[in-house]
Design a protein around this ligand. Structure first.
Ligand SMILES: CC(=O)N[C@H]1[C@@H](OP(=O)(O)OP(=O)(O)OC[C@H]2O[C@@H](n3ccc(=O)[nH]c3=O)[C@H](O)[C@@H]2O)O[C@H](CO)[C@@H](O)[C@@H]1O[C@H](C)C(=O)N[C@@H](C)C(=O)N[C@H](CCC(=O)O)C(=O)O
Ligand SMILES: Nc1ncnc2c1ncn2[C@@H]1O[C@H](COP(=O)(O)OP(=O)(O)OP(=O)(O)O)[C@@H](O)[C@H]1O
Length: 482
């Protein structure tokens, strides 16, 4: 809904220069300004949005919003550029979350998987057409799937997607909510009906500085959510969250958890466990996903679904019938006829890598685990040697390769990973396709090959530029070529 000067001033809470006409759109990126749109010049980590004001004006911006006046240009001066961006985006979209039931999922690991499980339960309860999902892997609106750009997009894309869902008749939305999303005000203006906290482990300290800050950022989601809230009791930060935020229930194996996981066991190609609930007795849950951590992901989603009024029958059926989560312990079918498993997984921290390799070990039984992995450039260097150590500890054959390097040198990153690894079972094969091929050639029946780090992603960000790369497709191509 276009905004006149008075509405813009009300939304921003500051004086607004005269406008040539109503504001029809808002963006933080000068390259996407449309005629009659507002440009919010953000003071970024690497560049200053103010430098792009000339381009924004050239493209037809009729309002400039910034934290400092832009010389020579009438500017709405706001206390926070990112808060202003979210406020305008929410108003222009017509506050879509007011008409939706939004489920927030946060935590360091397990957000995407938990979101997919919850989306499957919501689809079973209310129908596919009435459900939506925004995650790292995909945005789903009813039956339409598209690849996602970010875990939690900018406020403009969060609000636009919510509005698109509302307009398409969606009523229930799962919104994966990253700490970046919270810290950088990408989800301001979003009204959450329920929330899940999976866990908190070391990550993103380049943004948050300390674990305490990281935790407090995630806690905001629970502070905002009036409805049911569920935290992982087996995680010290989750237990603290439950103590600190009134009305928060817990899930986990902990004896005091409100939704208690019991008798977890492997069953054929999947996992079975009992979920002891406060209101529905003990439910036998059977799921196609493998791994103890996925039991937690399913328990969190199931608990919140029950709290939100869904029935045990619907949820147990939905979990039983759910498909693979893209890039999360995703089994590549092309490997089945060779007698070994190839698993593509998004694990890109030492904690994630440990989790996936422990499951791989269990699946391999007497077979071996071969792991192809690497660390991303331009972020959290401390985790590199830790990833090396984990891979050497849990894999029989570890192959360090290139992940997204961004501006860094691939060899330098590999050396830092190798510094924590055991050279006896580790080698470096910088080219990612060649590294995967090496593992596939060495795999024998009964083995499990884990290709970790990029999961669902379809692009490799290298210093020389972006190149298309999708691990599952590459595995399939390499196997077909043999
Ligand atoms: C570290 C981080 O989050 N960075 C975000 C930050 O970038 P920045 O401050 O460096 O932006 P900048 O490059 O300095 O540019 C400043 C401003 O100038 C604008 N600009 C720039 C160029 C131009 O030609 N015209 C123009 O207007 C930019 O749009 C921006 O608004 O602000 C930008 C605009 O809001 C974001 O796009 C950008 O996300 C980058 C792309 C990113 O990679 N973020 C990742 C780390 C992230 O958010 N990840 C989390 C998931 C984490 C997880 O759970 O694993 C996520 O939710 O996806
Ligand atoms: N509950 C969990 N606890 C620990 N590790 C997990 C858990 N769930 C998943 N993992 C591991 O972390 C990886 C990422 O899982 P998932 O994508 O579900 O988490 P995420 O929080 O969405 O991560 P990201 O924000 O980086 O996408 C998985 O591939 C697995 O290796």
């Amino acid at each position: 809904m276009p905004l006149d000067q008075e509405s813009v001033a009300r939304v921003l809470g500051v004086e607004v220069p005269p406008l040539a006409g109503p504001i029809v759109a808002v963006t933080h990126d000068s390259r996407t300004v449309v005629p009659g749109g507002a440009f919010v010049a953000i003071n970024g980590f690497t560049s200053r949005g103010a430098d792009f004001v000339p381009q924004a004006l050239e493209r037809g911006a009729t309002l400039i919003v910034a934290e400092q006046p832009v010389p020579g240009v009438p500017t709405a001066v706001v206390p926070s550029d990112r808060i202003a961006l979210a406020a305008l985006a929410t108003e222009l979209a017509g506050h879509p979350s007011d008409d939706l039931t939004v489920y927030g999922v946060t935590g360091t690991n397990g957000k995407t998987t938990t979101s997919y499980v919850l989306h499957a339960i919501l689809s079973a309860a209310y129908g596919e057409a009435a459900t939506g999902l925004m995650t790292t892997a995909e945005v789903i609106v009813g039956s339409e799937h598209e690849l996602a750009v970010r875990t939690t997009g900018e406020a403009t894309s969060v609000q636009a997607n919510l509005a698109r869902m509302r307009d398409a008749g969606v009523q229930h939305v799962v919104l994966e909510t990253s700490s970046h999303g919270i810290h950088l005000h990408r989800v301001d203006g979003t009204c959450y009906a329920a929330a899940i906290f999976t866990n908190l482990t070391r990550d993103h300290l380049d943004l948050h500085g300390t674990m305490e800050n990281y935790y407090r950022t995630k806690r905001k989601l629970f502070e905002w959510t009036a409805g049911p809230k569920l935290a992982n009791a087996d995680d010290a930060w989750g237990a603290r969250l439950a103590r600190e935020i009134d009305g928060t229930l817990t899930f986990g194996t902990d004896a005091n958890a409100d939704y208690r996981i019991e008798h977890e066991r492997r069953d054929g190609a999947g996992t079975v466990f009992d979920l002891v609930t406060p209101g529905h007795g003990s439910l036998a849950v059977r799921m196609p996903l493998l791994g103890g951590y996925n039991v937690h992901n399913v328990a969190g989603a199931a608990g919140i679904a029950l709290e939100m009024g869904m029935t045990p029958d619907v949820l147990t059926r939905a979990v039983l019938e759910m498909g693979q989560v893209p890039g999360r312990f995703e089994r590549v079918p092309a490997a089945f006829e060779r007698g070994f498993e190839v698993v593509v997984d998004y694990a890109h921290t030492d904690v994630g890598l440990r989790a996936v390799l422990e499951v791989a070990r269990e699946v391999a039984g007497d077979g071996r685990v071969l792991c192809v992995y690497g660390a991303a450039g331009a972020r959290d260097r401390d985790k590199r040697p830790k990833m090396g150590a984990v891979a050497s500890e849990l894999a029989d054959v570890a192959i360090i390769t290139t992940d997204d390097t961004y501006y860094e040198d691939a060899q330098d990153i590999a050396s830092e990973v190798l510094a924590g690894a055991d050279p006896a079972n580790t080698r470096v094969v910088p080219d990612r396709r060649e590294a995967i091929d090496t593992a596939l050639r060495e795999a024998r029946p009964g083995d499990v090959v884990v290709v970790a780090g990029k999961g669902h992603e379809r692009v490799q960000h290298l210093a020389s530029g972006d190149v298309p790369f999708h691990d599952a497709t590459v595995v399939t191509e390499l196997l077909a070529a043999r």
